[in-house]
Design a binder for this molecule. Structure first.
Ligand code: BG6
Length: 475
């Protein structure tokens, strides 16, 4: 058998795209709740268009999402039927601390996640929990400017202490920040940052990144104090960048592009700011405000494992004339003529997953977990409501083959694989429901209409077989 016996097969979700019940149980408002679907979505996520509260002109898909809040028992039962070993979900910060700075946590929120974890454990499913999946309490955005303020570290620390103490015997695997490098691309959508007229946005972003990195190290320290068995991971929007040609300038550009992302994990996993970043800060005239003890903390409390999302490789060129851009998880990338693309223009590259796994393992020498991967596609139910999602099966099958090769032939230490959006949920980049990733269809459309009924797709039984054979049966 290629994969370890306790391989964490499963799927992944995020509170704001899945849970709904956005004000239920005393939950407070988050940045992700004021991001509308439609044409303004990306401008709001990039922090270009200010949206500090909801208005009547837009539709906000997080508010109901697919209502896991009221369907969690039914949903977890379906995951258990597929044989899931692991379920990745995120905690909505504002369910625990509705305003972020509350003196005491909200018991209803704590109880909700406790019930969810108990439901998972009942079926032998290991919860893998993201502490923040792009969400920040709006109160902290308004009062202190979110992660631009160092005070956020204390608020995050209080959140971590609360959830680690409460769930210490129920949750072993935690991720501190989802796709931490997304802060550079979606400053509001991923970290609640909005900019003042004329300020240096790069300085604000890297200072906010420093606060998140310190907060991540603190979380690691606290978790290990509370229960030494807990494993803390970082989470990178991964994917190696290829050079467009063998021109050294292209190769150099590809390397520097990757470093923009590695920088975060270099600190979380190796424990210090790499020299190339210090030099970059000098060139950009950025000086990060650090406090005594920050560097020591970063060095001492590195992560136990490295996790990442992977949808497709990226491509870059030093030649400005080469400009055939395509979409890719909101990262700029050129269109690679050797690859097929999804209906949303995302490139499909299973071998790229093996390349990325090797790059990360060579660099960090820590266990890896692929916590997101999948095909966002339009699913059309037939007249009986059944969906034959063969393209999704093929996509996932080829990616499983690729990671098995990385384990078997290259010796990469891989702990698990959780496909993205195992139950259909709201797309993060577009706010649509029609960009579906699940093994389980949810009856809801892009305008928010539908019964929310769950229907198994063809991939449901296929993935069940994959899991029960520990990845040996892929046909
Ligand atoms: C990752 C995010 O960027 O990609 C998820 O962590 C997101 O939140 C996923 O949903 C897929 O992207 P999209 O835009 O297709 O939903």
């Amino acid at each position: 058998m290629v994969l370890r016996k306790d391989f964490l097969w499963g799927g992944a979700t995020a509170a704001n795209q899945f849970e709904g019940g956005y004000l239920d149980g005393n939950k407070g408002l988050s940045n992700v709740d004021v991001i509308p679907a439609g044409k303004d979505r990306v401008s709001v996520m990039k922090g270009k268009m200010k949206m500090m509260e909801c208005d009547n002109l837009h539709y906000y898909p997080s508010h109901e999402a697919v209502d896991f809040y009221h369907h969690y028992k039914e949903d977890i039962a379906l995951l258990a039927e597929m044989g899931f070993k692991c379920f990745r979900l995120s905690i909505a910060w504002t369910r625990i601390f509705p305003n972020g700075d509350d003196a005491t946590p909200n018991e209803e929120g704590l109880k909700f996640y406790e019930d969810v974890f108990d439901e998972c454990l009942k079926y032998g499913i290991e919860p893998l929990v993201t502490i923040t999946h792009f969400d920040v309490p709006m109160n902290l955005v308004r009062t202190i400017g979110s992660w631009r303020s160092r005070k956020m570290i204390d608020h995050y620390e209080r959140l971590c202490k609360t959830i680690f103490s409460r769930y210490k015997d129920k949750v072993k695997y935690w991720l501190t920040f989802n796709e931490i490098n997304m802060l550079l691309h979606l400053p509001f959508g991923s970290s609640g940052l909005v900019f003042e007229e004329g300020e240096n946005e790069e300085t604000v972003k890297y200072q906010a990144a420093h606060h998140q990195l310190v907060a991540s190290a603190k979380a690691t320290e606290i978790a290990h104090q509370i229960n030494p068995e807990i494993k803390i991971g970082c989470m990178l929007a991964g994917a190696s960048t290829y050079p467009y040609t063998c021109a050294p300038e292209d190769v150099w550009k590809a390397m520097t592009r990757d470093r923009e992302h590695y920088f975060f994990v270099d600190i979380q996993s190796r424990g210090e700011y790499p020299n190339y970043v210090k030099k970059m800060f000098e060139r950009m005239n950025i000086s990060i405000k650090m406090e005594d003890g920050d560097e020591e903390l970063l060095k001492k409390h590195t992560v136990d494992f490295v996790s990442f999302s992977y949808y497709g490789s990226r491509l870059t060129s030093a030649d400005p004339k080469v400009n055939s851009q395509t979409a890719a998880n909101l990262f700029p990338t050129l269109r690679n003529p050797h690859l097929k693309v999804s209906e949303w223009g995302w490139q499909i590259d299973p071998l790229g997953l093996r390349i990325t796994l090797n790059a990360l393992y060579d660099r960090y020498q820590k266990p890896l977990v692929i916590v997101e991967n999948g095909l966002g596609a339009i699913d059309k139910p037939d007249k009986n409501g059944y969906i034959e999602d063969d393209d999704r099966i093929e996509y996932i099958r080829e990616h499983i083959k690729a990671f098995k090769s990385a384990v078997e032939e290259d010796g990469v230490d891989l702990l698990g694989y959780t496909t993205w959006g195992c139950i259909d949920l709201v797309s993060s980049s577009t706010g649509e429901m029609s960009k579906r990733y699940g093994f389980i269809y949810v009856d809801k459309d892009d305008q928010g209409h539908g019964t929310l009924k769950r229907i198994k797709k063809k991939s449901f039984n296929w993935y069940k077989k994959v899991i029960s054979s520990n990845g040996e049966e892929l046909d």
